[in-house]
Design a protein around this ligand. Structure first.
Ligand SMILES: *Cc1c(COP(=O)(O)O)cnc(C)c1O
Length: 434
């Protein structure tokens, strides 16, 4: 595509005239990889077509929600029927109850559930609830984990051990983040030190069980176990942010995987988003009954939403959850994602490019590093220029990965082995050019 025929270019210019940076969420702007973002015209199954009508194999799927692929016929039928029944009521519906029951059935630690409209909102509300329930202010998060853009979570690590972080965004007063402690992911010693110093002031520890916002870094079993033990010993809550991993890595979410390795393991609160809306604005948080009952109107922790439990979003989410509950859904997805990862790895090895991979269910990560990283610091050792060359090589050939090296990738049930083979073949060509 020459610059004069690329219709994305004038559209991006037009967008930049009226939308800051031309996008409604920053990663879409391609700042990390350079170049012009692709404006999507339509999508079907594992593909989308951009404004030039170029077809892409889509390994983003709206950053996770489209686990069934785009435009699944049963989901469309369900949403169409829901639309005819009314867009929004601001009064309770049976569908919300059914969805909450379905979530509890699949994730038993979520004894009670509240539906909201975005992962950010769910994370922010879970945090307020943890503070309200414990009567404490301090929260612990980990470097490289993303929990949405609530003020108190926009924090970067300070220097030195267990220091309080500084805000990573303008507009967030230092006072708002003064109770947010940022620790290194997977660092058990640092965690223990933080708890020995101030454990009795900590309201909660929040983490991504598999950090998809560092591409793909698993919390070690030992790290997870120690968070669970230390929070319990000190009367703090453990919040699992499963917005990305929820229903994507396993039907029981990432917590079902850790529960196989740590006896009796369950977080106190869980945050969900992405897959549970099936592409509609929908998220949720939930957990132990005695904690959830502190929420208004039962308890003193305020939380509300005009569009919460929206009837069309709940219909879409419920249908999506039903379809992915079929036996073997996630094991099949895991196999397919594995073929993609192993295929890319074999081609990288052939070309002598350092490459490491990991995946679970329909979530994957690869690094242009010889060994899988375990912390944010290690993730950032990736050669960014090399990644960008790989990225654009794949993009030109019609394979759409995350436009940043620290973001995960997503495979849907609609991707075929032929799609995966085609992507691996393209990667073979691209690796040779690196
Ligand atoms: C995407 C994401 C969020 C934020 O969800 P939004 O719906 O974008 O607000 C929070 N936590 C994690 C782990 C995420 O991946």
């Amino acid at each position: 595509m020459t610059p004069n025929t690329d219709l994305n270019l004038p559209l991006f210019e037009r967008a930049k005239g009226v939308i800051p940076g031309g996008v409604n969420s920053p990663v879409r702007a391609f700042n990390a990889v350079g170049g012009i973002p692709r404006f999507v015209k339509r999508a079907q199954g594992p593909y989308f077509w951009d404004t030039n009508d170029q077809q892409f194999v889509d390994y983003i799927g709206s950053w996770g929600p489209m686990i069934l692929g785009h435009g699944h016929p049963e989901v469309i039928e369900t949403v169409q029927a829901a639309v005819l029944g009314g867009f929004s009521f601001g009064a309770p519906t049976e569908r919300e109850v059914t969805l909450a029951e379905k979530i509890r059935e699949l994730v038993p630690s979520m004894e009670m559930v509240r539906l909201v409209s975005s992962g950010t909102e769910a994370g922010m509300s879970a945090l307020r609830l943890a503070r309200g329930y414990t009567g404490r202010n301090k929260i612990i998060k980990f470097n490289g984990c993303y929990h949405g853009h609530a003020d108190s979570l926009l924090v970067k690590a300070g220097s030195g051990l267990a220091t309080f972080g500084s805000s990573s965004s303008a507009g967030v007063p230092a006072d708002v983040v003064k109770d947010t402690i940022v620790l290194e992911y997977n660092d058990v010693a640092q965690l223990e030190e933080a708890f020995s110093k101030m454990g009795n002031e900590v309201a909660c520890v929040i983490l991504e069980p598999i950090a998809g916002n560092m591409n793909f870094v698993r919390a070690s079993v030992e790290f997870t176990r120690r968070i669970r033990e230390l929070t319990q010993e000190h009367g703090a809550l453990m919040i699992y942010d499963e917005v990305m991993t929820g229903f994507r890595v396993a039907l029981g979410c990432a917590q079902s995987i850790y529960a196989q390795k740590i006896e009796g393991f369950a977080p106190d609160l869980t945050v969900l988003g992405k897959v549970i809306g099936g592409g509609m604005p929908m998220a949720a948080f939930g957990g132990r009954k005695e904690i959830m009952q502190k929420l208004s109107p039962l308890g003193p922790v305020y939380q509300a939403g005009t569009l919460s439990g929206n009837p069309i979003a709940t219909a879409c989410g419920l249908k999506t959850l039903e379809l992915i509950s079929q036996p073997g859904f996630h094991s099949e997805l895991h196999l397919k994602t594995g073929h993609l990862m192993q295929g890319l790895k074999a081609e990288a090895d052939d070309a002598g490019i350092p490459f490491s991979i990991d995946w679970q269910g329909g979530l994957f990560g690869f690094y242009l590093l010889a060994d899988l990283p375990t912390t944010y610091h290690e993730v950032m050792k990736t050669d960014g220029a090399l990644f960008n060359k790989f990225y654009h090589g794949m993009l030109e050939r019609g394979h759409y990965f995350a436009p940043a090296l620290y973001e995960a990738g997503f495979v849907s049930a609609a991707h075929t082995e032929a799609d995966i083979d085609c992507t691996v073949e393209a990667a073979r060509e691209v690796f040779k050019t690196l």
